[in-house]
Ligand binder design. Structure first.
Ligand code: HEC
Length: 206
């Protein structure tokens, strides 16, 4: 009997040992995570933004945001020559809260929102043929585009779900995964920054 109890105790102890929780995994990288830790870290902060960029579109949205959209100068030069977007095309969305009046409505000036505080992050789409699989934050692919998000004040990586970028932009496969192709081409033809009011809230495509 004593032997039996001993065996049982040994077994229970072994069991308890194997069901011990495994060591906690290291904390996920913060927005200050180093480049090789952070998913999607292959997309760099846009070099010389906004100096070497053209502001081709502003979008006002009824959720009280204004989005200025920029593309790098080399890409503009190629498009002006009638050529497609080159390698290392970089497109940036620089967002702002709209100024809100006492009734909670966006203030209008010449029918357009007035920019107030910047949104917390810059959104970046970067086009290159030679990404490695490990450069992507998700298994989804949008042609040659990869996405990044950066803290607007510090330039460090902004901690948000980059898989969502791929999933939403995937619906625009017909126009190389971009929402604003028409506006970009109008900008190339006219040299005028385009303007759109999108009457749908959040980032729902118009
Ligand atoms: C729910 C849909 C949705 C998600 C998620 C989304 N976007 Fe977009 N994105 C849009 C829409 C719509 C536009 C067009 C501009 C607008 O209306 O604000 C746009 C525009 C852009 C543009 C300008 C080029 C273009 O496609 O017109 C870039 C760059 C961009 N987004 C990057 C990102 C990044 C980076 C993320 C993830 C951090 C992201 N987007 C997540 C819907 C989305």
């Amino acid at each position: 009997m004593r032997l039996y109890i001993c065996l049982l105790l040994v077994l229970l102890t072994a069991c308890a040992t194997t069901t011990q929780p495994t060591q906690p995994t290291p904390a996920s990288p913060s927005r200050a995570g180093t480049d090789d830790q952070f998913p999607g870290s292959a997309v760099p902060y846009p070099a010389n933004f906004p100096d070497d960029f053209s502001h081709y579109l502003t979008v006002d949205r009824p959720d009280g945001t204004v989005r200025d959209i920029y593309i790098n100068a080399d890409a503009v030069a190629e498009l002006r020559q009638g050529r497609p977007l080159p390698q290392n095309t970089v497109i940036v969305v620089d967002g702002f809260h709209a100024e809100i009046d006492a009734q909670g409505q966006p203030v209008l000036e010449d029918g357009r929102y007035v920019k107030a505080a910047p949104l917390a992050m810059l959104h970046v789409a970067h086009r290159r043929a030679n990404w490695a699989d490990s450069d992507f934050p998700s298994i989804a692919r949008n042609g040659q585009w990869n996405f990044g998000s950066f803290d607007v004040e510090t330039g460090e990586r902004f901690d948000e779900d980059l898989v969502a970028c791929f999933n939403c932009h995937q619906t625009m496969a017909d126009t190389d995964f971009l929402y604003s192709t028409d506006d970009l081409l109008r900008y190339i033809r006219t040299d005028d920054t385009q303007y759109e009011f999108c009457n749908l809230r959040r980032r729902v495509p118009c």
